[in-house]
Write a protein that binds this ligand. Structure first.
Ligand code: 1CP
Length: 343
């Protein structure tokens, strides 16, 4: 076990610290006025992701205010479809729009050979961040997991019902498998390149794992994740990988047992006592305050934090939200959270 002065990395390596390290998913974002001002200066979200000066700046903004134990690269999971040649834009107030993939032909038109050229700027941002972050802060790289990225590629936008992706997965299983396999390959290679550039830990976001039928959870969620983890470890045997199968419910159990991730991030619906009892004692867990408890603040926040800390006392644990910081979060509540965690 590599010794490290970074509490976040020590925890991922199995240490259980009395004051748990913390960071927040979507810690850079619209709840911060300084983020909104840089985003306006960039002229659009994708321009922000692909401008090294500005992407480094917004990555550092939450650290300056709150001193999180980890910085997360500022980017988005949808830069992978973009790098594969799919048209992508972010519409103000509406979210992402992609030209949807619906057939074998659409898949063969994708350009996996081009991704590193198109994503070179991401590696540049990581390199700069390794010099820019404080000494005891760790740097997290990330990607979307294949199921979640495929759902955006096929739906073309955020969806509530997942009709297009499920029609595709059930109706054209071979084509769907080919898309998942392609995403496994490019995501593996993308994460390896992030680690080469200096990312010290990696997180795989499977934000839509919760809509996968139980009968297909292994093949659509667990297996692609397991293959990515194995592929990344061939090149970076010790890099910690955090998996986040959001809203997976009872299927968290299979994910914990079979995906081989280093640590698992819990959404707010996972009972803390269940997770503490069922995840291996040496496996770090991360989570899982409801983002709306941070919006509420006050006693709701204090009680939520206390309950989570108590449940995970004595095991490797990283405090986080159970999903991303919401734009309506008062920045003072994040400061309150930090003082609760430092108590
Ligand atoms: O300013 C804006 O309007 C853009 C909002 C925004 C931000 C701040 C988007 C658009 N992406 C991001 C950054 C981002 N996205 C980060 C890095 C910042 C950080 O964590 O501090 C990360 C890790 C992501 C990951 C991401 N993007 C996920 C997985 C995590 C999750 O929230 O579930 C997903 C699903 C996306 C897709 C996405 N990006 C943006 C939007 C509006 C969406 C769609 C969300 C949805 O479908 O509900």
């Amino acid at each position: 076990m590599a010794s490290t002065s970074k509490p976040f990395l020590a925890t991922l390596a199995g240490a259980s610290l009395t004051r748990p390290p913390f960071w927040l998913m979507r810690q850079a974002g619209r709840y911060l006025p300084e983020f909104r001002s840089v985003r306006a200066q960039a002229g659009g979200f994708l321009n922000l992701c692909f401008n090294p000066d500005l992407a480094v700046e917004v990555t550092l903004q939450p650290l300056r205010r709150y001193g999180m134990d980890a910085a997360i690269l500022f980017s988005d999971i949808l830069v992978i479809p973009y790098a594969l040649g799919q048209k992508l834009e972010f519409l103000e107030g509406e979210g992402p729009r992609l030209e949807p993939i619906r057939s074998f032909n659409d898949i063969v038109k994708l350009t996996p050979e081009a991704i590193h050229d198109r994503l070179a700027v991401v590696y540049e941002i990581i390199k700069r961040l390794t010099h820019a972050i404080p000494e005891n802060t760790a740097l997290i790289g990330f990607a979307g997991a294949p199921w979640t990225v495929a759902s955006y590629m096929v739906e073309g936008k955020t969806t509530r019902d997942f009709i297009a992706i499920k029609n595709f997965a059930f109706g054209c299983p071979q084509e769907f498998k080919r898309l998942l396999d392609l995403l496994v390959d490019v995501t593996t290679s993308y994460l390896i390149a992030q680690a080469d550039a200096g990312a010290e830990a990696l997180q795989l976001f499977d934000s839509w794992a919760g809509v996968v039928p139980a009968s297909h959870f292994r093949s659509w969620v667990v297996e692609p994740t397991r293959k990515i983890v194995a592929g990344v470890r061939k090149k970076h045997p010790t890099i910690p990988i955090i998996g986040f199968p959001r809203a997976a419910g009872l299927n968290y159990s299979m994910y914990i047992a079979e995906s081989n991730v280093t640590a698992v991030s819990l959404d707010p619906m996972v009972p803390t006592a269940w997770a503490a009892a069922n995840a291996p004692k040496t496996m770090a867990l991360q989570g899982n305050l409801d983002p709306l408890a941070l919006v509420a603040g006050g006693a709701v926040l204090a009680e939520g934090v206390a309950e989570i800390r108590k449940a995970f006392t004595g095991r490797p644990f990283i405090f986080n939200l159970g999903h991303g910081v919401l734009p309506q979060t008062p920045p003072e509540h994040v400061a309150d959270l930090v003082s609760l965690l430092r108590k």
